[in-house]
Design a protein. Structure first.
Lengths: 104, 483, 611
C-alpha cells in the first residue's frame, strides 16, 4: 500500500532530531566509543529519512538505500572498533582529546 | 545485463577480479612480491580496459552507473594513479617490518571505489563508491606500526568522514523526500518539471548538506581541518593517494552530480560555492605560508587547489555555455592528480629508510639537490607545477581555469585566485630554495638503492608534468571531444 | 628544403642547450666548433632555402604546432617565409657565422668560452625566431629572447660591476619599449582577435580607415617597442653603454642584428603602419632627429667602440627615416648593407683592441696603418661604406633613402636636408676615426697580429661591404614599392658630393692640419659644445635628473613611509592571519567536528538568505 501513515514532515523532523543528537554527541563526547555511537545515530537518522521518503513516494528505493547504509555503517564501525583497540593499546586511554599530537 | 554492459563495465570487473585473486593469493601463501605484482598488473589492466569499454560508450548500465568517455577517461587515470602509488609503496614498505600484503589489497579496493565514483549517476552508486574508497583508506592510513601518528590520523579521518557521509546521506534523503528520485537524470527532470517549487526549502537544505558532505572529502574550507593532520599521519604514498585520487574522484562525482542533476540552476547554491571557494583559496594558502612540515604544506596547498577547482562549478553554472568550464575542470583535475602524486611520491621515496619517522620536515630536504638530483628535480617540477609556472601542467590548468572564469565574468573568484597564487609562490619556492641549500642533517638514502619501478615512475611523472605543460593540446582536444 | 625550415633556429638552439648542459666540461676546441659550426650549418640551411625559394618565390606560412587552444586564444608556433624573412635570415646566419668564427679567436683565452658560445647561439636562435615567426606572440618570444641574451652578453664579464650596470641599463631601458609593445599586442588582439601577422593586416584593412585612433594607438605602441630595441630617441641611451660586452657581441647584437629588430618589426607590419599616417610621420621624424643627434655625438667621442655605437644609432635613424617616408625596401636594404659594414667596422675595431692590450682610446692609437694592415684595410673599406662614398654598398642604400625622403610630400625636402647634414657628419666622424687611429704617430705597439680566423671574416665582410650595394633583394613581393619618379639631377649630384666633401673636411682637419680648428675648439663656447656633445647631448644626465633622481628621492622619502607600510602591511597581515588560522589547527577532533557543524550552519544560512 503506497503512502505513509503519518505526515512525511513529522518523520523528517524526527530524523533531523536524531541527526542533531548525533552531531552534538560528536562535538561534546570525549570517549571514542561514544563518538562512534553518535556516528551510528547520525547514519541511522539519514537511513530513517530515506525509509520515510521511500514510503512517501511508494518506492522500494528508500529501503534499499537503508540496507546500503546499514552495510556501510557496519563496515565503518568494524574498522572503527579495530582502531579503538589500537587506541587503547597505544595511548592507554579512550579519550580522544588526548590524541592531538597531529597539529600545527 | 547483456554483453555490451559487461564490456562497458570491464574496468570495474577487472579490478574486482584482481582483488579476488589477490585475496586468494594472500590466503594461500603470503608473499609480498606476488601481491605487489598482482596489484600493479590489475591496475594497469584496469586502465587498459578503458579501450574495449569505450567501444560501447555511452551506455547506461542499470540506473546506477553510466559508461561514458568522461568516466572511462578518469577511471583509467585513477587506475594509473593507483599503480603509481603501489610502485612507490613497494619501495616505501621495503624497510618496514610486518605483513604488508593486505596493504595492496586495500589499495586495490580503494581504487575500485574511485573508479565507481567516476561512473556514478545514482545516489546508491555514489554512496558505494565513496564508502569503498574511504573504508579502505581508514585502514591504509593506520597501516604502519610506527608510533601513534598514523593511528590518530586514521581515527580522525574515520570519525569525521563518517559524519560527513551521514550529512551527505541526510541531504540526499531530503532531496529524495522532495523529488522522489535518486537518479541524477531523473532529479534534473523533476527540477525542470517544476516539482521543486513545492518544497524549495527542503531541496536547498538537502543540496547544502550534500555539498557539505562532499566538501569534506574535497577538504574545502570550513570542512578542511582534518586534512593536514591526516596527511601528516598517513604513510606518504597514501597521503598522495588521498590528496590525488580520492579528491580527484570525488570532484568528478561532484561534477556529475552538479551538472547532471541540474543543481547548477540554483543561484543560491552557486553563491554558497563561491563563498567556499574563496575561503578555501585564501585559508589554504595562508595556512601553508610559514608551515615547516612539507606534508602539511602540501595538504594546505591541496585545500587551495580544490578552492581553485570549485571555480569550475560556479563557471559552469553561470555561463550559458558550460563547455569551457568543464574542459578546464577536466584538465585541472588531470594536472592536479599527476602533480600531487609526484610531490607525495618524492616524500615516500626519500623516506624509504627513515625508520619510525618520515622525512617530512622542511629541514630534511636541505641539500637534496646535491644528494639526489633526480628526486630533487621531480619535486622541483611538481612544485613549479603546483605554483602554476609556465611550461608545467599546472600552468596550463590554471590558465584554462582563468579563461573559464573570465568567460563567466567571475571577477571576485579570479581575484582570490590571483592573490592565492601569489601567496603560493612564496611557500613553493621556499621549498625549492631549501633543497638547494647545503644541509648537514638528514641523509635520505642514495638513488642507487631505489627500485627500478620507482625510478621509472619518477621519470614518467616528470615527463607527464612537463609534457602536459609544453604540449597541452592533445589532452585539451581529447577533453573537448569527451565532455 | 622548405619543409625543414624549423631546423634553422633549432640548430643554434640545440647547440646552446648542449653548451649550457655541459657547462664548460667539453674540450675548448669542441666548444668553439660547436658554437660556430651550428651557426654555420644554419647558414647553409638558409642558403639551401634561398635556392629553393628562388625556384618558386611564393610566400608561404607553415604552422608547426599549436601550443593550446583556449577559447579564441590559440598561440601557435609557425613560420612565415617570404623575401623579407629570407633577407633577414641570411643576414643573421651569414654575418652571424662570420662573427662566431671571429669569436673563436677573439675569445680564445677567455675562461668562460662555453658560456659565451651558449649565449651567442641562444641569441642567434632567438633572433631567427623573431624574424621567422608568423604571429606576433611568437615574434614577441624571440623579441624577449634576444633582449635576454643581450643582457647576458653585455654583462658577460660580470665581475666588473660597471659591466653589470651597463647590462641592467640595457635591459631596463629596452623594457620600457617592450612594455609598450606588449600593450600594443594586447590592443591588437582585443580588437581583431588574432595575432597572426597576415590575418592582422587583412582584418585591419577591413576594419579601420587610415588614421583611425585605435590603429594609430596600436602602431604607436608597436613603435615604442621598436624605438626601445633599435635605440632610437628617446630610448637610445642604453646602446653606448652596452659596448661593455665583448666586441664580437657588439658587432653581432648591437650593430648587425638585434638593434635592427625594430626596423624589421615596422617593415613586417607595414600594412598596419600604412593605416596610421601619424605614426609613420613620427617614425620619420624620430629617425631624423636620432640620426642627427647621434652623429653630432659621435664626432666628439674618443672611445673607438662608443664612436661606432653612436654611428649605429645614427644609421638606424636612417632606416627609420626610410621606413617613415615609405621607402620600405630601401630601409631594409640599408639594414643589410649596414649589417655588413658595421659588423666589419666592429670586428676591425675588435682586432685593433685585441692586438693593442685592450686599448679603447683612439688618441692612444695612431700609426697603425703599417703595423696592422688587415685592420687598416678593413676599417678603411668599412668607413668608406659608412660614409656612403660612391660605389660602396652604403652609398646605394643611403642614396635610395635620401631620394625617397626628398620626394615625400610636404616636409620631404626638410627631411632630405637633415639627412644630408647627417651624411656630412657621418663622413667626417668616420674618417676622423680612420685618420687618428691609422695615420700619424704610433702611440702603442701591437703585441700580436690577427690570425686567419679573424682575418677571414674581415676579408669576406670587406668584399660584402663593397659589392653589397649591387645585390638586388627579393623584397618586391613582401614590401610595397617606393613611388617612382626621378628628382632633379642636382639632387642626386648633391647626395653624391656630400660624403666626398665630408671626407675631405676630415682630411683637412685631422690629418693635413690645413684647417686648424683648435682656436674654435678651445674657445669657451667650443669647449662647452664639445662637452655637451661628448656626453651625448647630456641625455643621460637629463634622464638622470628627470627620472632617476626623482625616483631615488621618492624611494628615500618613502623608505619607512606609507607605500612600504602598505607592502609590509600585506606581509604582516598575511603572517598574522597565518598564525591566527594556524592556532585553529589544534589537533582536537571534537573541535574539528564543531567547525564542520558551524560551516554547515553558515552554508545553510547563506542558501536560506540567497534562496
Amino acid at each position: 500500500m503506497p503512502g505513509l501513515q503519518v505526515p512525511l514532515e513529522h518523520v523528517l523532523m524526527m530524523a533531523a532530531a536524531l541527526f542533531i543528537a548525533g552531531l552534538v554527541g560528536l562535538m561534546v563526547r570525549r570517549n571514542i566509543i561514544f563518538i562512534l555511537m553518535s556516528l551510528e545515530v547520525m547514519l541511522n537518522a539519514s537511513a530513517l529519512a530515506f525509509v520515510a521518503a521511500g514510503a512517501h513516494w511508494g518506492q522500494a528505493d528508500g529501503q534499499i538505500i537503508f540496507m546500503l547504509i546499514l552495510t556501510v555503517a557496519a563496515a565503518e564501525v568494524s574498522v572503527g572498533l579495530g582502531l579503538v583497540l589500537l587506541l587503547q593499546r597505544r595511548f592507554k586511554t579512550l579519550d580522544m582529546d588526548n590524541a592531538n599530537r597531529l597539529r600545527d | 545485463m547483456n554483453l555490451a554492459a559487461m564490456q562497458g563495465l570491464l574496468p570495474l570487473l577487472v579490478l574486482g577480479l584482481g582483488a579476488a585473486v589477490l585475496m586468494l593469493q594472500i590466503s594461500i601463501r603470503r608473499q609480498l612480491g606476488w601481491s605487489y605484482a598482482i596489484t600493479v598488473a590489475t591496475l594497469l589492466l584496469g586502465a587498459a580496459a578503458m579501450e574495449p569499454a569505450m567501444q560501447v560508450a555511452p551506455l547506461q548500465v542499470t540506473p546506477l552507473l553510466r559508461v561514458d568517455n568522461l568516466g572511462l577517461f578518469f577511471g583509467s587515470l585513477f587506475c594509473l594513479s593507483g599503480a603509481v602509488t603501489a610502485v612507490i609503496s613497494r619501495d616505501y614498505l621495503r624497510s618496514r617490518e610486518g605483513e604488508n600484503e593486505e596493504y595492496f589489497l586495500l589499495l586495490l579496493l580503494s581504487t575500485l571505489g574511485a573508479v565507481i565514483l567516476a561512473y556514478s549517476t545514482h545516489v546508491a552508486a555514489l554512496l558505494l563508491g565513496l564508502e569503498l574508497l574511504s573504508v579502505a583508506l581508514y585502514a591504509l592510513i593506520a597501516y604502519p606500526e610506527r608510533g601513534t601518528l598514523p593511528l590518530e590520523a586514521a581515527i580522525k579521518y574515520l570519525v569525521l568522514s563518517g559524519a560527513a557521509s551521514a550529512t551527505l546521506l541526510f541531504g540526499f534523503a531530503l532531496i529524495y523526500a522532495a523529488l522522489g528520485s535518486l537518479e541524477y537524470a531523473e532529479i534534473a527532470v523533476q527540477i525542470s518539471a517544476g516539482r521543486a517549487a513545492t518544497s524549495p526549502a527542503l531541496i536547498l537544505m538537502g543540496a547544502a548538506m550534500v555539498f557539505a558532505g562532499l566538501g569534506f572529502k574535497l577538504s574545502v574550507v570550513p570542512f578542511h581541518m582534518w586534512t593536514p593532520d591526516v596527511y601528516e599521519g598517513a604513510p606518504a604514498p597514501i597521503s598522495g593517494f588521498l590528496a590525488g585520487v580520492s579528491k580527484g574522484a570525488v570532484f568528478i562525482a561532484v561534477l556529475r552530480w552538479f551538472l547532471e542533476s541540474g543543481f547548477f540552476q540554483y543561484s543560491s547554491l552557486l553563491a554558497g560555492i563561491t563563498l567556499l571557494s574563496i575561503a578555501s583559496i585564501l585559508v589554504g594558502n595562508l595556512l601553508a605560508l610559514l608551515q615547516t612540515n612539507v606534508k602539511r604544506i602540501l595538504a594546505y596547498s591541496s585545500i587551495a587547489h580544490l578552492g581553485y577547482l570549485l571555480i569550475v562549478l560556479v563557471a559552469a553554472g553561470v555561463s550559458p555555455e558550460p563547455g569551457l568550464a568543464v574542459e578546464a575542470g577536466g584538465y585541472y583535475v588531470v594536472a592536479y592528480v599527476i602533480t600531487t602524486l609526484a610531490a607525495f611520491s618524492l616524500l615516500g621515496l626519500i623516506s624509504r629508510q627513515s625508520g619510525d619517522r618520515e622525512y617530512d620536515q622542511l629541514s630534511d630536504l636541505a641539500g637534496l639537490f646535491w644528494k639526489q638530483p633526480g628526486l630533487a628535480a621531480l619535486f622541483t617540477v611538481a612544485l613549479l607545477s603546483l605554483a602554476g609556472i609556465p611550461l608545467t601542467a599546472g600552468f596550463i590548468g590554471k590558465f584554462y581555469l582563468i579563461s573559464a572564469g573570465v568567460d563567466a565574468a567571475l571577477w571576485g573568484l579570479l581575484a582570490a585566485l590571483v592573490i592565492g597564487s601569489a601567496i603560493g609562490i612564496f611557500y613553493y619556492l621556499r621549498i625549492i630554495y631549501t633543497m638547494t641549500t647545503v644541509g648537514e642533517q638528514a641523509n635520505p638514502g642514495t638513488t642507487a638503492d631505489m627500485l627500478v619501478g620507482s625510478r621509472l615512475v619518477v621519470y614518467l611523472l616528470i615527463f607527464a608534468m612537463l609534457y602536459l605543460g609544453i604540449v597541452p593540446e592533445p589532452l585539451m582536444g581529447y577533453l573537448r571531444t569527451i565532455l | 628544403m622548405l619543409d625543414f625550415l624549423w631546423l634553422i633556429p633549432l640548430l643554434p638552439l640545440a647547440s646552446a642547450a648542449l653548451l649550457m648542459v655541459t657547462a664548460g666540461s667539453l674540450p675548448r676546441p669542441l666548444i668553439a666548433a660547436c658554437g660556430a659550426g651550428s651557426v654555420g650549418l644554419a647558414a647553409l640551411c638558409v642558403l639551401l632555402t634561398g635556392l629553393s625559394w628562388a625556384h618558386d618565390p611564393v610566400p608561404r606560412q607553415m604552422e608547426l604546432w599549436t601550443w593550446m587552444q583556449v577559447g579564441t586564444l590559440r598561440p601557435t608556433i609557425g613560420f612565415y617565409l617570404d623575401g623579407l624573412t629570407l633577407v633577414m635570415m641570411s643576414v643573421i646566419t651569414g654575418v652571424g657565422f662570420l662573427i662566431h668564427l671571429y669569436s673563436t679567436e677573439f675569445m680564445e683565452e677567455d675562461e668562460s668560452l662555453s658560456r659565451y658560445f651558449a649565449y651567442m647561439n641562444l641569441f642567434v636562435a632567438a633572433m631567427l625566431i623573431l624574424v621567422m615567426a608568423d604571429n606576433l606572440l611568437f615574434l614577441y618570444l624571440g623579441w624577449e629572447g634576444v633582449g635576454l641574451c643581450s643582457y647576458l652578453l653585455v654583462g658577460f664579464w660580470y665581475r666588473d660591476p660597471v659591466n653589470g650596470a651597463a647590462a641592467r641599463k640595457a635591459f631596463v631601458v629596452t623594457r620600457i619599449g617592450d612594455t609598450a609593445m606588449a600593450l600594443g599586442l594586447l590592443l591588437l588582439f582585443t580588437e581583431l582577435g588574432t595575432l597572426d601577422i597576415q590575418q592582422l593586416a587583412e582584418l585591419a584593412q577591413g576594419k579601420w580607415q587610415p588614421g583611425d585612433t585605435t590603429i594609430v594607438l596600436a602602431t604607436a605602441l608597436l613603435l615604442g617597442g621598436a624605438v626601445g630595441k633599435s635605440a632610437q630617441l628617446p630610448l637610445h641611451t642604453w646602446l653606448p653603454d652596452a659596448m661593455a660586452g665583448p666586441t664580437p657581441v657588439s658587432a653581432l647584437i648591437h650593430a648587425a642584428t638585434m638593434v635592427t629588430a625594430g626596423v624589421y618589426l615596422i617593415a613586417r607590419n607595414h600594412e598596419l603602419f600604412l593605416l596610421a599616417p601619424p605614426t609613420l610621420l613620427a617614425v620619420a621624424v624620430l629617425g631624423l632627429l636620432t640620426l642627427l643627434l647621434a652623429a653630432f655625438t659621435a664626432l666628439n667621442q674618443h672611445d673607438i667602440k662608443r664612436i661606432l655605437a653612436y654611428s649605429t644609432i645614427s644609421q638606424i635613424g636612417y632606416m627609420f627615416l626610410g621606413l617613415g617616408v615609405g621607402a620600405w625596401s630601401a630601409g631594409i636594404f640599408h639594414l643589410v648593407t649596414h649589417a655588413f659594414f658595421k659588423a666589419l667596422l666592429f670586428l676591425a675595431a675588435g682586432a685593433v683592441i685585441h692586438c693593442l692590450h685592450h686599448e679603447h682610446n683612439i688618441f692612444r692609437m695612431g700609426g697603425l696603418r703599417t703595423r696592422l694592415p688587415v685592420a687598416f684595410w678593413s676599417f678603411l673599406i668599412g668607413s668608406a661604406a659608412l660614409a656612403a662614398l660612391p660605389f660602396t654598398s652604403g652609398f646605394y642604400s643611403k642614396d635610395q633613402i635620401l631620394l625617397a625622403a626628398y620626394q615625400w610630400p610636404q616636409i620631404g625636402p626638410w627631411l632630405w636636408a637633415g639627412g644630408l647634414l647627417g651624411a656630412l657628419l657621418t663622413a667626417i666622424y668616420s674618417f676622423r676615426l680612420v685618420f687618428i687611429v691609422f695615420f700619424g704617430e704610433a702611440q702603442t705597439e701591437p703585441d700580436r697580429q690577427p690570425g686567419w680566423r679573424m682575418a677571414l671574416p674581415l676579408s669576406i665582410l670587406c668584399v660584402a661591404s663593397i659589392v653589397g650595394g649591387w645585390i638586388s633583394l627579393p623584397l618586391a613581393e613582401a614590401l610595397p614599392a617606393t613611388q617612382s619618379g626621378h628628382p632633379a639631377a642636382a639632387v642626386e649630384w648633391i647626395s653624391i658630393a656630400i660624403p666626398v666633401i665630408g671626407v675631405s673636411l676630415a682630411y683637412l682637419i685631422f690629418l693635413g692640419r690645413q684647417l686648424d680648428l683648435s682656436a674654435l675648439v678651445n674657445s669657451g663656447l667650443g669647449q662647452r659644445l664639445h662637452q655637451f656633445w661628448y656626453s651625448g647631448w647630456r641625455m643621460d644626465a637629463l634622464y638622470n635628473w628627470l627620472w632617476v633622481r626623482p625616483y631615488q628621492f621618492t624611494a628615500r622619502l618613502l623608505k619607512d613611509e606609507p607605500v612600504d607600510l602598505a607592502y609590509n602591511g600585506v606581509v604582516h597581515t598575511s603572517v598574522a592571519l597565518h598564525h591566527l588560522l594556524s592556532n585553529l589547527q589544534t589537533g582536537r577532533m571534537r573541535w574539528y567536528a564543531s567547525t564542520m557543524v558551524g560551516g554547515l550552519i553558515v552554508l545553510l544560512a547563506v542558501l536560506a538568505r540567497a534562496g
